[in-house]
Design a binder for this molecule. Structure first.
Ligand SMILES: [Ca+2]
Length: 507
């Protein structure tokens, strides 16, 4: 355990840790603990003893590589003919590739809340994109996968883009990560100049590269980001080669504005977007090579996916902005058509996951935390609704996955549901309550455009029409009714269960 790890301010999972410890130490000691109020240290010691007794060496490492705004069609193995991704293609050949894997939101912050908690973003208290001057973030009451694994003895690191709140209580190293290195939010949230009309997404200060609460460089040289993240990730893996670790690696790119290092910028014939994806692919190769060199291939589950669909290229960032492709899916980042939320997903765990396997099950980033919990022998929190489910049996080839609904939320608004082959965009005749998000306080029109009304339902057969081009609602009124009822009941329950957004008095 590093000194930094020992002194890190950490929120304790009091109830869960105690319960796990009691389970492991047996009922007799449990009664003694309850009656005598034995200090938490004893409980933790017992818990860790039990962990080691079950064989820490059997618990896999977890590496999650999370691209930002990478489209469904932007990897070679997903059909791209313009972007070269040999390392991700090889990773897919060595593992399992998912055709129907979803982000749980069509934009950044909510998607990150979902991947770390296993809960729909609105349930976890992060329904919208967070901006630097906002005083809200991922509530402390949420339990992250990093906290779960950290309490179980894993080394944990978040390297890359955080974007779950700029004020200190919301930062990564207060949500279960031993350390954070990277950008606190998106790379387009730059310093605004007084002469500009203030944009919600801008800050009053330069874009900082951070190490926990320390500014390493501001404004950061964005050309260096992917390479520096990768170097830190490699160091983290090397330092923790002899113990279980969890590396959460959310890349900054290919989010706009796009920057790559000298070796990659301008190398691709298809522009900056391709350059940045190819550098991310290089980074994946470096990580996989490191695991191989250390003999950790068969002890490490590596996951690669994206936080939402591709953005458009645009004029705002000039040559620093080019867009991706959703690979024939309708829509893109910012909406709940497939292109906004269906993303590439590759899982590799040599010796455990069949090489070159394909999964067509509707799955999502919500499933990562429950899956990691099962594979590490930990229990998910029992005091809250978890929306994801473990897909461990699917990964390990032990059992098929039962069909389960997936709900497409835009902020607080449920817009669509998928069950099996059918996806219903539900009828929406009223806007949801106005959000406190800075996004909307300064852009009234944006709220209406985002939370668009849907006068009539749209039903799509994703098996036959994944591009959502033929509305089949009129031909299948029974399916429309079944999915509509399911969606409204789910949303009714969720809206009563969601955690309120937490706002600090001052950032
Ligand atoms: Ca994003």
């Amino acid at each position: 355990m590093s000194p930094a790890r020992a002194t890190r301010p950490r929120k304790r999972l009091w109830r869960d840790v105690s319960e796990r410890a009691l389970d492991r130490c047996g009922r007799t000691l449990g009664r003694a603990v309850r009656s005598a109020f034995v200090p938490l240290a004893v409980i933790l010691a017992c818990s860790h003893f039990a962990s080691s007794a079950t064989g820490a060496e059997e618990r896999p490492n977890f590496v999650v590589i999370f691209a930002d705004d990478l489209g469904y069609g932007d990897l070679g193995v997903y059909g791209s003919e313009r972007i070269r991704t040999p390392h991700l293609d090889k990773m897919a050949a060595e593992g399992m590739r998912f055709t129907d894997f979803y982000a749980a939101a069509p934009f950044c912050s909510p998607s990150r809340a979902a991947i770390l908690t296993g809960r729909y973003p609105v349930r976890a208290g992060v329904p919208y994109v967070l901006f630097p001057t906002e005083s809200t973030g991922l509530p402390q009451a949420e339990i992250t996968v990093a906290e779960l694994l950290s309490e179980a003895g894993y080394a944990t690191a978040a390297i890359g883009k955080w974007h779950l709140g700029w004020p200190k209580p919301f930062r990564a190293h207060r949500h279960g990560f031993d350390f954070f290195f990277g950008l606190p939010y998106s790379n387009d949230m730059l310093k605004w100049e007084p002469v500009e009309i203030r944009r919600a997404q801008h800050a009053f200060w330069e874009l900082p590269l951070m190490e926990d609460d320390t500014v390493v460089e501001a404004p950061v040289n964005q050309h260096t980001l992917t390479k520096r993240y990768t170097e830190r990730a490699v160091s983290f893996i090397r330092e923790n080669r002899d113990r279980p670790f969890f590396l959460y690696f959310p890349h900054t790119f290919p989010h706009n504005p796009q920057y790559a290092s000298e070796e990659f910028e301008g190398r691709s014939p298809h522009g900056l977007y391709s350059d940045t994806v190819e550098e991310v692919d290089w980074s994946v190769g470096v990580l996989l090579d490191t695991l191989g060199e250390l003999g950790l291939d068969e002890q490490t589950l590596v996951v690669f996916t994206s936080d939402n669909g591709p953005t458009r290229g645009g004029t705002r960032w000039g040559k620093r902005s080019s867009g991706g492709t959703a690979g024939g899916l309708r829509g893109r980042k910012g909406n709940t058509y497939e292109g906004g939320m269906r993303v590439p997903a590759i899982f590799r765990w040599q010796g455990k996951i069949g090489a070159g396997t394909l999964a067509r099950d509707a799955t999502s980033i919500l499933d990562l935390m429950p899956t990691f919990a099962e594979l590490s022998g930990e229990e998910m929190p029992r005091d809250r609704v978890i929306d994801g489910r473990s897909i461990a049996d699917l990964l390990l080839g032990k059992a098929e996955l039962a069909e389960a609904p997936f709900f497409y939320y835009f902020g607080v608004q449920l817009q669509a549901v998928r069950v099996g082959r059918w996806k219903l965009h539900i009828r929406r005749t009223e806007l949801p309550p106005h959000s406190a998000s800075l996004w909307y306080l300064q852009n009234d029109d944006l709220f209406t455009r985002h939370h668009r009304l849907q006068p009539e339902p749209e039903l799509y057969d994703l098996d036959a029409d994944r591009g959502e081009t033929q509305n089949a609602a009129a031909d299948h009124p029974d399916v429309v009714e079944r999915l509509d009822t399911l969606a409204r009941q789910f949303d009714h329950d969720l809206q009563r269960d969601k955690r309120p957004q937490v706002f600090l008095d001052s950032p």
